[in-house]
Design a protein around this ligand. Structure first.
Ligand code: ARG
Length: 461
């Protein structure tokens, strides 16, 4: 069997069902470009160690370059007989340069150190792509915040009317977690920048090869200090899977709100036609599928993380074949986010907000009651008393079916002598919002500063 990397001690090849179970080319082919790149680096250290003649190195590099081009164009594909990407590529190299030179490449390395290295390379690049996509979402959020600097909305806790806030403040609350996710991806990238190459199967290489030279060649900061750890640990993959799941969860919170906001009952916003879908039976429908798929896929990303952790749990050192199960869930999380992120950018940037509707609802549910209590505190009333008095105002207004600002001077005075008609000065949505002007608050000038900081952070990351 040409594609097999082992066989000398076996009298027969694997049973068909064994080979089918073992096979991984249908997913690890994604590592092929990295595998060829790492093979070139390996060939160079073999030559430095005196294990590959100059002429053979030249033939090998040329063969690997040809193989890389054919992998990129699709001209070279895994064959039915190939167990994994590593075996397939050795077959491809030998087809190009013959067994005499091609058969020398594998000295001093194992698929165990190879696959751990290639997976790190793949993931570090994927993390950078995801970060770029996330920053596009942040920029779309900042764009909407900038387009609606003065719009107010009902702020909610427990999904119940709480206090009025600026729409821009609320939107930016979704940008901050995404910026932290980008920082997490950066942290991951730096921590994953350690190369397992040269660890061999588990014990390291005896051939005088230089793991640090390969590490630098492949864009890592250094080679690993422990060959057993390097070939058997996958916490880097679990860390990436966590960040990807966290991104899904963060996006799902915004998605859920967009679903609610675009119902007729809320009516805060309308979806653009390009970023919504219709119904095959109900002609009026305009469905928020981008948001729903975001919500749905966030569950899938969590599943990929928990599945991977379960695979890793209690594995004895060093490499076990269980570890072949590490790649598909993480590949899937990346793929799903690469589908989602551009759609979320489209969804967010085209959302049409209805400022009048949000302004009308902002004071509903007595959301200015806290402002009465805080006005009383400024008059020297203890907050405990002020809170009771403001609550009594809500009860009186509710009983009469009026707003808090429509209570009479006599009604205010009956509730608390400190409560005069002057309190009406704070009983407007705009006044309430403007008064929350400490750092982090919803006052207009604070939100503009915040928006500038978010935009600057996004540009700097
Ligand atoms: N395909 C394996 C993986 O993805 C790498 C091969 C290691 N196989 C082995 N028998 N040591 O983890």
């Amino acid at each position: 069997n040409q594609g097999a990397l082992w066989g000398g001690r076996f009298a027969s090849g694997p049973a068909a069902a064994m080979a089918a179970l073992s096979k991984s080319t249908h997913f690890d082919w994604a590592l092929a470009p990295y595998d060829v790149q790492a093979s070139k680096a390996h060939a160079r250290v073999l030559s430095k160690a005196g294990l590959l003649a100059d002429a053979d190195l030249a033939i090998m590099i040329e063969g690997l370059d040809g193989l890389a081009a054919d992998v990129a164009s699709g001209a070279f594909q895994p064959a039915e007989s190939d167990e994994d990407v590593h075996g397939a590529l050795e077959r491809g190299l030998i087809e190009r340069v013959g067994p005499e030179v091609g058969g020398r490449l594998r000295a001093g390395r194992s698929r165990n150190d190879q696959v751990a290295t290639l997976f790190r390379m793949w993931l570090r690049e994927a993390a950078r792509r995801i970060a770029v996509g996330l920053l596009d979402v942040v920029d779309a959020i900042v764009g909407q915040a900038a387009a609606h600097p003065d719009a107010v909305m009902p702020g909610k806790t427990h999904l119940q009317a709480a206090q009025p806030v600026l729409l821009a403040h609320h939107l930016l609350a979704h940008a901050h977690p995404l910026l932290r996710d980008v920082e997490r991806l950066r942290d991951f990238d730096a921590r994953a920048a350690v190369s397992p190459y040269g660890s061999g199967a588990l014990a390291g290489s005896s051939l005088g090869l230089d793991p640090d030279a390969i590490a630098v060649d492949l864009g890592f900061d250094s080679a690993a200090d422990n060959s057993i750890d390097a070939t058997s640990s996958r916490d880097f993959a679990a860390e990436a899977a966590f960040i990807l799941a966290m991104i899904g969860v963060d996006l799902s919170r915004m998605a859920e709100e967009i679903i609610i906001w675009t119902t007729p009952e809320f009516g805060y916003a309308t979806l653009a036609d390009e970023w919504s879908t219709g119904s095959s039976i109900m002609p009026q429908k305009k469905n928020p599928d981008v948001s729903e798929l975001t919500r749905g896929k966030s569950g899938r990303l969590i599943g990929n993380l928990t599945g991977l952790l379960a695979t890793l749990k209690a594995q004895p050192l060093a490499y076990n074949r269980d570890l072949q199960e590490d790649k598909e869930p993480v590949f899937d999380s990346v793929l799903q986010l690469e589908l989602l992120l551009p759609a979320i950018v489209g969804l967010v940037s085209t959302l049409e907000f209805h400022e009048d509707r949000m302004a009308e609802l902002a004071p509903a549910g007595f959301t200015l009651a806290t402002d009465i209590a805080e006005w009383l505190v400024r008059q020297g009333v203890p907050f405990r008393v002020a809170h009771e008095a403001a609550g009594a105002c809500v009860r009186a207004a509710e009983a009469r079916g009026v707003g808090l600002d429509e209570l009479t001077d006599a009604e205010f005075a009956a509730i608390d002598p400190a409560l005069t008609g002057e309190v009406r000065a704070v009983l407007t949505v705009a006044g309430s919002i403007a008064s929350r002007n400490a750092r982090g608050g919803t006052a207009g000038e604070r939100v503009v500063e915040q928006r500038d900081r978010v935009a600057a952070a996004s540009a700097a990351l």
